[in-house]
Design a protein around this ligand. Structure first.
Ligand SMILES: [Zn+2]
Length: 435
């Protein structure tokens, strides 16, 4: 089988990537991953762009959009969009959508869905790994922008497709979870991605990370990043814009628009804005920061991102007494939920879950349940997938993609990342070694 990318589509792709990078200093170049139809089911890539014999611009635009929807496995929406379009190109597109859908299968087992997570990406390793007291933390718990881009390209090449927790299970009228079918092209594998602590914490200032998320002049969510010389750049310098740009070029990497989960605390504000009313009560920009953060959060949700509570104060839920958890949950409700909107997702700080493999019971669970949380995410870096499917909640373990896990993998200690990528192929040579 040959990839069905027409010459015009290839030209459009080049033009599109130029567009994406214009107006900012491009991050280090990574070639776009190659579409490999022999490895995985065939995606209707040709549908992404209008066909040559499209009639008017309106129909051509509809065909293009339908193509993107179909490439992202939303065949029903794609077909609906083309209803009433009678041109030859629309007929061809409909036939291609039908053929593509016929090539899908229901994912075998929703409890076998992997979940990877990262922290904010290191844009400038020289400043992160500069020998100061924070270096070891960055080495252990973070990955660089370069490493993340390579991981994403490899995940796509291996047939992984981003899904959101709501694609795995939905809450019914009685508040119970019902597990849903995920229909993917044969050979593709669903994957949840999350990023923790998307606050651009005060302690990270000057250490080579993005400083915040914002909406650029084209209405897209990007990062602000200040380089070592103090020059500001707008672009993809952290997980959300990197994934957004990747899915823009590779719509088959996202299941019906899903991107991932962003887990947020509140004590330093959210998304790079100092929005905590208790911590920044004297800030003259408090109201405008809250307003800006709310706009960015809304735009992220429209782009397929889902927010999770990561507690207000990054507290250890296993070790903390009930009263402390109660106060923390109230602060998150007061300061963070109004900005991010409602969520039923909870990501345990430190991966410290309130229970082992036993079912949830007790006061802590009751508090979380009453606060509306139904999807709980811990950490287990030793198994490709772990899930507990309950009628009242879903628990899914996540694998940390970070320096500690890279080191564990390289020691051959219960390797798990090899299911997703090879550490030695993604690891940043700018990481100092302890040798
Ligand atoms: Zn955290």
């Amino acid at each position: 089988m040959k990839p069905r990318i027409r010459p015009r589509a290839a030209a459009a792709l080049v033009a599109a990537s130029g567009l994406i990078l214009s107006g900012c200093v491009p991050p280090p170049y990574i070639p776009p991953s190659q579409y490999d139809p022999t490895a995985i089911g065939e995606a209707p890539q040709s549908l992404v762009f209008p066909s040559q014999d499209a009639e008017g611009p309106t129909e051509a635009e509809r065909i293009e959009k339908a193509g993107r929807l179909a490439a992202g496995y939303d065949y029903a929406a794609a077909t609906k969009l083309l209803a009433g379009a009678e041109g030859a190109a629309a007929r061809d597109a409909r036939a291609e959508i039908e053929a593509a859908e016929a090539g899908t299968v229901v994912w075998e087992d929703n409890s076998k869905i992997s979940h990877l997570f990262v922290h904010s990406l290191i844009v400038d390793p020289r400043r992160a790994f500069d020998g100061d007291s924070r270096q070891q933390g960055y080495l252990d718990y973070m990955v660089t922008l370069d490493e993340f881009r390579k991981v994403v390209a490899e995940l796509h090449r291996r047939g992984f497709v981003l899904v959101n927790p709501a694609d795995i299970a939905a809450v019914d009228a009685n508040g119970k979870l019902t597990y849903k079918d995920i229909r993917l092209l044969r050979g593709r594998k669903p994957l949840v991605l999350s990023e923790d602590d998307v606050s651009y914490y005060e302690y990270m200032e000057g250490d080579g990370f993005a400083t915040r998320l914002l909406i650029d002049g084209d209405g897209k969510v990007k990062n602000e990043y200040e380089d070592a010389a103090g020059k500001k750049h707008i672009g993809a310098y952290d997980v959300a814009p990197v994934i957004d740009e990747f899915v823009e070029k590779n719509p088959d990497f996202s299941y019906r628009g899903a991107k991932g989960v962003l887990a947020l605390t509140g004590y330093n504000g959210v998304l790079g804005y100092r929005t905590s009313t208790s911590e920044y009560a004297d800030s003259k920009t408090l109201a405008s920061d809250i307003e800006a953060a709310t706009k960015v959060a809304t735009a992220l949700k429209e782009d397929g991102w889902v927010f999770a509570s990561h507690t207000w104060g990054h507290i250890n839920m296993a070790a903390s007494p009930v009263q402390r958890i109660k106060r923390d949950l109230a602060r998150w409700e007061a300061e963070v939920r109004p900005i991010l909107g409602d969520t039923d997702q909870f990501v345990f700080p430190f991966g410290a879950d309130i229970s082992g493999v036993q079912k949830y019971t007790g006061d802590k669970y009751e508090m979380l349940r009453k606060a509306g949380f139904k999807f709980f995410h811990g950490i287990d870096g030793t198994t490709a997938a772990w899930m507990q499917k309950d009628a009242d909640y879903l628990r899914q373990a996540r694998i940390n993609v970070d320096g500690l896990q890279f080191a564990k993998e390289e020691r051959g200690d219960r390797p798990v990342l090899k299911n997703f990528f090879e550490v030695k192929k993604v690891i940043d040579p700018r990481r100092p070694t302890s040798k």
